[in-house]
Structure formats: structure tokens, C-alpha cells
Write a protein of this length. Structure first.
Length: 238
């Protein structure tokens, strides 16, 4: 099962109307956007919908672009995404040792002081595909010896190599991951987990909402800050 949420769409302004795939969404010149275009833009948080006629429950909407400052201010106000039912904050996380499709061995049992960002996904999952570009940005910003990114895919290595040849994904991608997903009874996709350097679950959520990637990044920043404080304290006490 994959989950995609458009429930948090501030600025809609029309009581009683839900945004659906057949909702008419236009640009300022009246050109109608296909759902395949406006839905991903909404989910990235950088756009909002404004009603053409607030008095009409069946009104069309204009797609409005936000500045980066407006986007960040908006995301900060939105409640955190719903927690995943498959994990508990603070629980010890371990998937043992895995190998990505490039042949790299990754030890997910012993964190070795690393922050680990996990994504359970599969190719046929629309919200999983929609978030890949933003997840790639996280890897570009934070991927290092201290922060690692692992995508556990349900698909075979052959299927992944074909897909990733067209849609690059900068996480370390692990194939045939159903056995790992089942070990935590994950049934909804995408499911994200951020693991602290101590190997404990710090953040977790299932499905894709407007602030999913924002919340993952926020968790990474918080853990990096905590690690920095701990390292500074250790040096001073020594």
C-alpha cells in the first residue's frame, strides 16, 4: 500500500471542498495544469492553491508559487507528519548487514556513530517516485562519513537498474528488500526512519505529505547539532 496525502493545503479558502485529482488547477493565464504536474508541485511545499471563486464550492484553483522564505515559513507552521505505526521513537534499530546494488556492504546493526536515514519504497509507488528529487537534495547537502542514506527497495536488482538508469536516486539502494520491510512489518510506502548515532529511532513516518522531506532534514540537523554538542563537551572534559 502506498500513501499520498494532500490534506494539508493551507490557503485553499473554500469550505467543504476537497482537493481531488479531477480538481481544475490553472496558471495565471488560465492554462489548465494536468494533475501529474500540479500534484508533485504541491507536495514539495513550494506552491499553494488559491480559489478562483471563494463562493463557489466547485471552483477552479490557481497554482501560486511561493518564495523560498515563504515556503520555509509555511513548512515550519505545519504539524509534523503522522508517525509510522511500525516504529517507536527511541527503539533500537537494526537490519543487520545489507549490500546495495553497487556491491557496497552497509552495516545497519552497528551504527558506528553514524546518523542513518532509511527509506522503504518500491518503483510502482507513486509518492515514492515523487519525492526522489527532494531526497537526492538531502544526500547532496548532508551525505558524508557522518550521515548515510539507505533506500530499501522491494524490487529486484534488474528492475532497479533499469529504473535508476532513467531516474537517478542518490541513496545507497538495496534490492529485494521485502524481507527487511517485513522484519519491521512495514506495509505502507514510502516509510522513512531517521536513526541516531546511538542506533535509536529518532524520527519515523509513513506516506508522503507536504512536509515529509522537510521533517527528515530537520531531524538530521537536530541530530548533527546534538552530536556536535556531545563532541565539544567530551573535548572540554578531557
Amino acid at each position: 500500500m502506498f500513501l499520498l496525502s494532500l490534506t494539508i493545503l493551507s490557503g485553499l479558502g473554500v469550505r467543504g471542498q476537497k482537493i481531488k485529482e479531477n480538481t481544475i488547477v490553472k496558471d495565471s493565464l488560465g492554462q489548465v495544469y494536468p494533475v501529474a504536474l500540479w500534484q508533485p508541485l504541491l507536495l514539495k511545499g513550494g506552491h499553494i492553491l488559491k480559489p478562483e471563486n471563494k463562493e463557489d464550492r466547485n471552483t477552479a484553483y490557481f497554482l501560486v508559487s511561493l518564495s523560498e522564505d515563504e515556503k520555509q515559513a509555511r513548512l515550519e507552521k505545519i504539524p509534523p507528519p503522522q508517525k509510522s505505526p511500525y516504529f517507536r521513537t527511541g527503539q533500537k534499530f537494526s537490519l543487520g548487514k545489507v549490500t546495495d546494488i553497487q556491491g557496497n556492504r552497509i552495516d545497519l546493526k552497528h551504527n558506528q556513530g553514524k546518523i542513518t536515514v532509511i527509506n522503504f519504497w518500491f518503483i510502482g509507488c507513486l509518492p515514492c517516485r515523487l519525492e526522489i528529487s527532494e531526497l537526492n537534495t538531502l544526500v547532496e547537502k548532508y551525505g558524508s562519513d557522518s550521515v548515510r542514506f539507505v533506500a530499501v527497495a522491494l524490487d529486484s536488482k534488474y528492475e532497479l537498474e533499469d529504473f535508476l538508469g532513467r531516474v537517478p536516486f542518490k541513496y545507497n539502494v538495496v534490492s529485494d528488500g521485502l524481507i527487511y520491510a517485513r522484519s519491521y512489518r512495514v506495509q505502507s510506502y514510502p516509510t522513512h526512519v531517521v536513526i541516531s548515532a546511538e542506533g535509536k529511532v529518532y524520527f519515523h513516518t509513513s506516506g508522503l505529505s507536504i512536509n515529509t522531506v522537510y521533517s527528515i532534514e530537520k531531524s538530521i540537523k537536530e541530530l548533527l547539532n546534538k552530536t556536535g554538542i556531545a563532541m565539544t563537551s567530551a573535548v572540554v572534559s578531557h
